[in-house]
Design a protein around this ligand. Structure first.
Ligand SMILES: [Zn+2]
Length: 205
């Protein structure tokens, strides 16, 4: 048995995919194999390391994570899970850029995971998390209509180095860190700060 068996792909997948709607429990939508990364589907431009074109106010940069598609047709409450045990160290709840950063520690040391374009955050700052309970969900239909359907995925990163501490911001009181998401201008930057998420998961599953 893998010593880091806590790692699970549940981050990506609705393991039970139970639709909880107004207290009604529907049948499971699908059973997903959590022992491999095969069932992870990325958006068309969701791969790690793709060059993102310059846009107003943001220079061209490399894509520092992967953009994971919703695993089912659940546009109500498709859950998102932490990949393993950890502690929430930063939380941002503003609309389409809502984000959680989790600090993890295993026998190889510390690393950090980031989940962005999420909604319905179910965890508190400094709360310890486990991979068997949702930390958030994909945006629902109403939120996508409001913010744009380009957010019909969530962005997932694995950081090799600690995220960047932020000054206090009254408008985002629980956002304590930012990632290197928009500041990777070279392949070296990318390698310095980030693991390739799918390789990382495959290695540690
Ligand atoms: Zn992304």
């Amino acid at each position: 048995m893998n010593t880091v068996s806590n790692i699970s792909l549940s981050v990506l997948l609705s393991v039970f995919a139970l639709l909880r709607s107004e207290g009604n429990l529907f049948i499971p939508l699908q059973a997903i194999d959590r022992s491999s990364t095969n069932s992870i589907v990325l958006t068309d431009i969701g791969e790690f390391g793709l060059l993102r074109n310059e846009r107003p106010g943001i220079p061209a940069h490399y894509h520092t994570g992967i953009d994971i598609k919703r695993p089912s047709g659940n546009y109500i409450n498709e859950p998102i899970f932490s990949i393993m045990e950890g502690v929430i160290i930063s939380k941002r709840t503003d609309g389409p850029y809502a984000q959680l950063i989790i600090e993890h520690q295993d026998e190889r040391g510390k690393f950090w995971t980031l989940y962005e374009h999420i909604a319905g955050i179910e965890v508190e700052l400094y709360q310890p998390v486990t991979p068997d309970r949702p930390i958030a969900r994909f945006m629902n239909t109403m939120e996508l209509d409001k913010y744009g359907w380009q957010f019909d995925h969530f962005h997932f990163e694995v950081l090799k180095v600690a995220p960047i501490p932020l000054q206090k911001d009254r408008t985002k009181p629980e956002r304590h860190f930012s990632s290197y998401t928009l500041v990777c201008y070279t392949r070296e930057d990318l390698r310095k700060y980030f693991h390739h998420p799918l390789e990382f998961l495959s290695e540690r599953l």
